[in-house]
Design a protein around this ligand. Structure first.
Ligand code: M6R
Length: 364
């Protein structure tokens, strides 16, 4: 049941410190700070290219993973939504690695893509939350997310546990490919090990996010901006908001604003910026000033340093704890979930069962 919570979605948001910890503990040896993946039928050091296929929120987890796999494990990544991938006829390398990310393990397009890749001779690994699902059965190997049953149609804890699995896979690949030195590996592992505790800290900002929800609930359109892994979080934030509040929202790479969407900016369009103080922060801060100059209302999700550096004119800022940039997308996912949740509650929608949506999309 929902216990003390009003909706399954809220309960599942609050379960994240626990289930992120469970997922991590199955892959991570805290004493040695090393990743141990379940047995795989191929050697990680032979992986030269990764293909990622998924839908919806699971696809956004794949987008975060692309940044990680390319920048940390130095492996080229090809990623697409399953409904496009399966009809693209991409040339695939026999013996290559394909990852299928799915909460349900039953999504029709993702399953079809898995079957296609398997027939082409790729190693198929399923990152799934339902261990007895079709994808888990048909893949060569499974990397499980231990989120437990996710009832809310809007995916929350499945997303953050998918990210944990992908981060662990990234570290294991980076080591196998000699892509990172021991010091970097230790730093990234430490960041990952701290995620459950940091997630619990981030949940304490629930009231601060709740306080912003009214303004967002009054909007007709909302933009979410970010760069790098925060771009994927922006896309996820926009999806969460539209699916449960029915407010039109778009996620954009912050640097793409001036190529079109900046025309939408006026004082009625809240612009939610995901910007931990990382290596791309100054670039995003520049985009924030461009929005402010056009009368846009910025809601900034950052840390104390980011907020100190962004300059004047931000309408609202939420000061989140300082986190390692590597794991920031896992933690910044939580405030965007909470914000969407509170907006939907204000709107009076059916949060756990939004209109027109099914939890598991088993038809093409
Ligand atoms: O079960 P899956 O992860 O394969 O589902 C993929 C999408 O249908 C799913 O993530 C959908 O986008 C969610 N409703 C998002 O909250």
């Amino acid at each position: 049941g929902k216990g003390e919570y009003r909706h399954f979605m809220l309960k599942e948001i609050y379960e994240q410190p626990q289930v992120i910890g469970d997922t991590l503990n199955a892959l991570f040896n805290p004493a040695e700070r090393t990743i141990t993946l379940p047995a795989l039928p191929f050697a990680l050091e032979t992986v030269e290219r990764v293909t990622i296929v998924a839908c919806g929120t699971s696809y956004y987890a794949g987008l975060v993973a692309r940044y990680w796999l390319e920048s940390v494990a130095r492996v080229p990544v090809d990623i697409d939504v399953a409904s496009e991938f399966r009809y693209r006829a991409p040339p695939l390398q026999k013996g290559g690695l394909a990852l299928f990310i799915s909460q349900s393990g039953e999504t029709a397009d993702t399953l079809a893509a898995l079957r296609h890749c398997k027939a082409q001779g790729l190693w198929c690994v399923a990152v799934v939350n339902v261990p007895e699902s079709t994808m888990a059965r048909e893949a060569h190997a499974v990397l499980p997310t231990l989120a437990g049953p996710e009832i809310g149609v809007a995916s929350t804890k499945a997303f953050t546990t998918q990210l944990v699995v992908m981060a662990a896979l990234c570290l294991a690949l980076a080591r196998a490919r000699h892509a990172i030195d021991r010091a970097t590996e230790a730093r990234l592992s430490r960041g990952l090990a701290e995620v459950p505790a940091r997630a619990a800290e981030v949940l304490k900002y629930d009231d601060a996010l709740h306080a912003l929800a009214q303004e967002v609930a009054e909007a007709r359109d909302v933009l979410y901006l970010g760069r790098g892994t925060s771009h994927a979080v922006a896309l996820e934030g926009a999806l969460k908001l539209k699916e449960i509040s029915y407010i039109h929202a778009e996620g954009y790479p912050a640097g793409e604003m001036k190529h079109g969407p900046i025309a939408l900016i006026d004082e009625t369009v809240p612009v939610i910026v995901i910007a931990p103080h990382d290596g791309l922060f100054d670039k995003t801060a520049g985009n924030v000033q461009e929005v402010i100059a056009r009368g846009g209302r910025i809601i900034l999700l950052s840390d104390a340093e980011g907020i100190a550096h962004v300059g004047a004119g931000v309408a609202h800022a939420v000061t989140l704890p300082v986190v390692d940039p590597f794991v920031a997308p896992i933690l910044y996912a939580i405030p965007v979930q909470l914000l969407a949740y509170h907006v939907a509650v204000i709107k009076g929608t059916d949060v756990d069962q939004p209109r027109n949506l099914a939890k598991s999309v088993t038809v093409e």
